[in-house]
Design a protein around this ligand. Structure first.
Ligand code: NCD
Length: 307
């Protein structure tokens, strides 16, 4: 039984909640030769996507997920709207609340903003990324991809590499993988490692060979320059040389290790283009596919009982 009103972060989920979401998502996962699953379980419900930060794949994924379940989906480009006119987040929330949506999908540049908004509205709220804090559906779609490829989501060694400090994807993944009893290694320059991260039960290294040794999963992160306010790295060339995933570095992982990236990718900065396109190693496109399935599962589970 999924007993949450909102999905604000992985932090609030039990292992059994995670398994329930992934099991439901599995029923929606399409194979290349089957037609996309469609249902009408959200028929009559209104889903509003409020993105206060640019997004391509996440917003499209939530939109497709809602439409495949029959919801009325509306996208609000908050960058261009009343926010620019000086309205506060709370006033925006109250205005929307008066329109009685059932599901609100929110992305915001400030950590904690989505949780704050959830306190002010009557509908179910899904965090689509808040600042450097959490991005729960990304961690869930990564978990689904791993579980389908590896046949399990326990006792795996997962190396999360790159710009950990600015990454909500890393935070949500660290929590999810930890809760499911995997071994998590964080690999990146010390300047991009959040202080005190060891208390989350992870191993930390600034050496790719050590970090990738015998890994089952290699998860690369984008260098989030828009969240940096100073010199975190000497140069992109230097960064690629030490931390960019190429065939030589990947050879330290297990021979059947999979390569992941949440996108958008910077080819030649954190990952070599050939590795990203290698269908024997890279599951990057599958992550996008699983994104729709996971978001359908989350929307349906939160929408149940609201119809
Ligand atoms: C991530 C995000 O926005 O946090 N992207 C995504 O949701 N697909 C990661 C990133 O921007 O690098």
């Amino acid at each position: 039984m999924f007993e949450h009103r909102h999905l604000l972060g992985i932090e609030h989920l039990k292992p059994s909640d995670i398994t329930a979401i992934l099991d439901r998502a599995d029923t929606f996962a399409t194979t290349p030769d089957s037609r996309a699953v469609r249902k009408d379980s959200l028929a009559g419900l209104t889903q509003i996507n409020m993105f206060f930060e640019n997004s391509t794949r996440t917003q499209a994924s939530f939109e497709i997920a809602g439409k495949r379940l029959g919801a009325d989906v509306m996208n609000m480009a908050m960058q261009a709207s009343s926010i620019k006119k000086g309205e506060t987040l709370i006033d925006t929330a109250l205005t929307l609340n008066a329109m009685h949506p059932d599901l609100l999908v929110v992305r915001h540049p400030n950590s904690g903003a989505v949780a704050l908004l959830a306190q002010k509205v009557n509908c179910a709220v899904i965090n689509a990324g808040d600042g450097k804090h959490e991005h729960p559906t990304q961690a869930l779609l990564d978990a689904l991809t791993i579980r389908r490829r590896k046949g399990r989501l326990q006792r795996l060694t997962v190396a999360i590499c790159g710009d950990i400090a600015h990454s909500r994807v890393a935070r949500s993944n660290i929590m999810l993988l930890g809760k499911m009893e995997n071994r998590v290694r964080l690999v990146g320059p010390r300047t991009l490692m959040p202080p005190g991260i060891e208390k989350f039960g992870v191993e930390v290294t600034d050496d790719m060979e050590t970090g990738l040794k015998d890994a089952d999963v290699v998860m690369m992160l984008r260098l989030q320059r828009e969240r940096m306010d100073g010199g975190f790295i000497p140069s992109e060339r230097e960064y690629y040389h030490r931390f960019g995933l190429d065939a030589a570095k990947l050879s330290h992982a297990k021979p059947d290790a999979i390569v992941m990236h949440p996108g958008p990718m910077n080819r030649g900065v954190e990952i070599d283009g050939e590795i990203a396109d290698d269908i024997n190693r890279s599951v990057i496109q599958e992550q996008v596919e699983m994104g729709v399935a996971v978001r359908m599962a989350v929307l349906e589970m939160l929408g149940e009982g609201r119809g």
